[in-house]
Design a protein around this ligand. Structure first.
Ligand code: GUN
Ligand code: FE
Length: 425
């Protein structure tokens, strides 16, 4: 029985509920296979005598979860960010994505993406690929090969898109079905996800067909929602009968009929937020991207208060960085501006709360992921924060905050995903 048991010692910090931090100093975690059996301040007798991996005074935290990013846009980080969403898509994003019809090019970029996710401690990621099924299947292969977890989508686009990225409705659906059949049960930790790009680039026929495929293959759905005011206006013009942008997805059964992530939700009104809560739609909060593309500050406190599940998204390359720690910082900073903007009525997001969103908040989309509670999968980062010059004694929580704000990949000395140590891909 004990072959499969792993015991790790160190300072554990995790967040079992929004706003609540658990700090276990100099403690033990026992893992059986991929699952956590428990955390203990004293090692129970049944485990004494087994080998212990001792990380000394290091911090051990759950792995970061990125609920929304675009792998093919990795090469565009930091480019074109003086534009707003729609011109930015035309000028930078679509040309970059068109290149992924070249499988060798795709493989080179996707290898770098996977290394960067690993570097920054993202243990699970929900990614957009491109319309190209071979390149997107390659991304799943590389992510799985690296030992990371995730959902990856072949993107669908059959209207209002440049010629190189415009599929016929029929081909888009056929390629998606082939992609789902090929990948649905190929890897343990990496799965496909149905990915209509956003309403303006998908015809009603395509959305209807994608909902059928998501249901048939029992796979989740991801898209973009209410990111930018010009985009929201455009969607209203395209679908005048719908109550709001989210209602368009809902009419086509792409809004929680299968587990669903909607990125951004900067301009969601009360009705849209209520529909997300009712349908258990997840929000991927992408504050770095929302600042870069001048999209706005999402009302994330209100969205959480209404009962919507929220995680964080880097949204590369609207977001300029892969690091979810930096997205946590952006979350806190943006929310403080919102706090001032609302005459201090909408409380800002604290670092503890941002830590929840980056771990258990997003992790819950994967099941029991993102915490060190019993029966969770063991995804973890070991933080050896010795690069900081500071001779003063700091608390474990202070060291966590400091790592989030100013740490980098040099501080992460080990990564675990689903109970396995994952080395440089
Ligand atoms: N909306 C539709 N496509 C995209 C994209 O690639 N990035 C962002 N940020 N928003 C989108
Ligand atoms: Fe996005």
């Amino acid at each position: 029985m004990n072959n499969d048991v792993m015991i790790i010692k160190g300072n554990f910090i995790f967040t079992p509920s929004f706003g609540q931090l658990t700090v276990l100093e100099n403690s033990y975690i026992v893992i059986e296979g991929q699952w956590i059996k428990g955390t203990y301040t004293e090692l129970p007798e049944e485990f004494t005598g087994l080998p212990v991996t001792d990380y000394g005074d290091d911090l051990i935290i759950p792995g970061f979860v990125d609920l929304h990013s675009h792998a093919p846009q990795f090469v565009n980080r930091g480019l074109g960010l003086d534009l707003e969403l729609l011109p930015w898509l035309e000028k930078y994003t679509f040309p970059a994505e068109a290149k992924f019809n070249d499988l060798a090019y795709a493989e080179a970029v996707y290898k770098a993406v996977v290394v960067d996710l690993w570097r920054w401690g993202t243990t699970r990621a929900v990614l957009f690929g491109t319309i190209h099924k071979e390149a997107t299947a390659k991304l799943l292969e590389l992510l799985a090969g690296a030992g990371l977890g995730g959902y990856v989508g072949k993107v669908n686009m059959d209207r209002n898109s440049p010629p190189a990225l415009t599929e016929t409705t029929k081909q888009s659906l056929a390629d998606t079905e082939e992609f789902l059949q090929d990948t649905a049960s190929r890897y343990a930790l990496v799965k496909p996800i149905v990915t209509p790009r956003f309403v303006p680039s998908c015809t009603p026929e395509l959305m209807t067909g994608l909902a059928c495929l998501a249901k048939k293959y029992q796979v989740p759905v991801q898209s973009h929602l209410s990111e930018n005011t010009a985009e929201v206006t455009w969607v209203r013009e395209l679908h005048r009968k719908c109550q709001n942008y989210g209602d368009v997805y809902n009419q086509f059964e792409l809004f929680g009929q299968q587990p669903t992530i909607m990125a951004h939700c900067v301009h969601s009104d009360a009705a849209e937020i209520e529909l997300m809560a009712k349908n258990n739609v997840y929000v991927a909060h992408c504050p770095s991207s929302n600042a870069n593309l001048s999209s706005g500050i999402a009302p994330i406190r209100r969205i959480i208060k209404e009962g919507v599940s929220v995680g964080l998204g880097s949204d590369v390359a609207g977001g300029h960085q892969v690091s979810i720690a930096q997205v946590m910082v952006a979350t806190v900073q943006a929310s403080k501006l919102k706090w001032l903007e609302t005459q201090k009525t909408e409380d800002f997001i604290t670092m503890r709360e941002a830590f929840y969103l980056a771990t258990k908040g997003g992790g819950s989309f994967f099941g029991q992921v993102g915490s060190f509670e019993a029966e969770y999968e063991f995804d973890a980062l070991v933080i050896h924060d010795h690069y900081v010059v500071d001779p003063n004694q700091r608390s474990l929580e202070e060291r966590l905050h400091r790592f989030i704000y100013i740490g980098d990949d040099r501080d992460i000395i080990a990564r675990y995903v689903a109970g396995k140590k994952v080395d440089h891909p």
